[in-house]
Unconditional design. Structure first.
Length: 93
């Protein structure tokens, strides 16, 4: 089926390449986000189905030119930092 889809794309990349790129972009977005800062790089990668940490790191570096950890340390999200939406306030007193 992937071969059938690939024949209809005007792109030298495979469908698998596109899917991997979407997953890498999702990991990169999560690494940039301050809300999951307490989650490890490996946990974020696993969330997007990268189960082999070493392979994930190699693929990320090949795609973006730096390690996931380095990207996380140096990346900034444009605009004001995101915060969690306000929830119910605990009772006082």
């Amino acid at each position: 089926m992937l071969d059938h889809i690939q024949r209809h794309l005007d792109d030298p990349h495979t469908v698998t390449d596109h899917i991997r790129r979407l997953r890498l972009d999702a990991v990169r977005r999560d690494l940039r986000d301050p809300l999951p800062a307490n989650r490890s790089v490996g946990a974020i990668a696993a969330r997007w189905c990268f189960v082999d940490a070493a392979r994930f790191s190699r693929v990320f570096r090949a795609e973006f030119g730096e390690s996931p950890s380095a990207f996380r340390l140096t990346s900034t999200r444009p605009g004001p930092p995101r915060t969690a939406p306000p929830g119910p306030r605990p009772p006082t007193g």
